[in-house]
Write a protein that binds this ligand. Structure first.
Ligand SMILES: [Zn+2]
Length: 187
C-alpha cells in the first residue's frame, strides 16, 4: 500500500508533529534500511521547513509535540527527540525531552540523525576524530576518580566517540576514561 495512505490512516490525516491538517507530506526519517511507513512520519509543510532548517526552528510551532510525543510510533518519537534537541537548552523542550521515552534502538536512531558538521569531534588542531583512531595527549591531565595523572605525550589507541562531541573515550594506564578532545592530537 502507498505509504502516504498508511500514514493518513495512522494519523487521522493530521501532521504527526504539530497536528495541522493542511499540506501533509511523507517525511522519511533517516537513517533507515528500507522505506516503510514505520520509518516515516506524516508532516505538514511548516514542520518540514523547520526540520530542514533546524537553526531557525520555531519552538512555538512545536508546542503540540508535547502531546504528540506520546505516540506509539517510533518514527514520531525519534522526530520529537530531535526537534526538542534542536529547540534546545533554555526552554520547555528540555523537560519534554526528559519525559520522552525511547528504547535503546529508537535512541540510537534519533541520535544518528542529529550528527551535523559542527557536532563533529575534533582534536586540538581541528582534525576530525573517528572511532579507532589513536591520539596523543598534549598536556598532563589529572584523571578524576582514577587517582593518576595521564602524562603529556601519552598515546591512547583505539578511541571511541561519546554522546558529547567534545569528549572521547580511551584506555589510559589500563583504565577506560573520558578525555577532552581539545587536549588531544591525532597520531
Ligand atoms: Zn506540522
Amino acid at each position: 500500500m502507498d505509504i502516504l495512505k498508511v500514514l493518513m490512516e495512522r494519523s487521522g490525516s493530521e501532521c504527526e508533529l504539530c497536528s495541522a491538517a493542511d499540506e501533509l507530506l511523507t517525511y522519511d526519517v533517516q537513517p533507515n534500511d528500507a522505506p516503510s511507513s514505520d520509518h516515516c512520519v506524516l508532516v505538514c509543510k511548516v514542520c518540514l521547513n523547520h526540520i530542514d532548517n533546524p537553526s531557525t526552528i520555531d519552538a512555538d510551532h512545536f508546542q503540540p509535540l508535547g502531546t504528540n510525543m506520546w505516540s506509539e510510533i517510533g518514527a514520531v518519537k525519534v522526530m520529537a527527540y530531535r526537534i526538542f534537541k534542536f529547540i534546545g537548552p533554555s526552554s520547555w523542550a528540555v523537560s519534554q525531552l526528559d519525559q520522552l521515552y525511547l528504547d535503546d534502538q529508537e535512541k540510537a536512531w534519533a541520535e544518528a540523525g542529529l550528527t551535523t558538521g559542527e557536532e563533529e569531534t575534533k582534536d586540538s588542531n581541528g582534525t576530525p576524530l573517528k572511532p579507532g583512531d589513536s591520539v596523543t595527549l598534549i598536556k598532563d591531565l589529572v584523571v578524576k576518580g582514577a587517582g593518576f595523572k595521564a602524562k603529556r605525550g601519552t598515546m591512547v589507541k583505539n578511541i571511541s566517540l561519546t554522546d558529547n562531541p567534545k569528549h572521547i573515550e580511551g584506555r589510559v594506564n589500563g583504565t577506560r576514561i573520558v578525555l577532552v578532545a581539545a587536549y588531544l592530537k591525532k597520531s
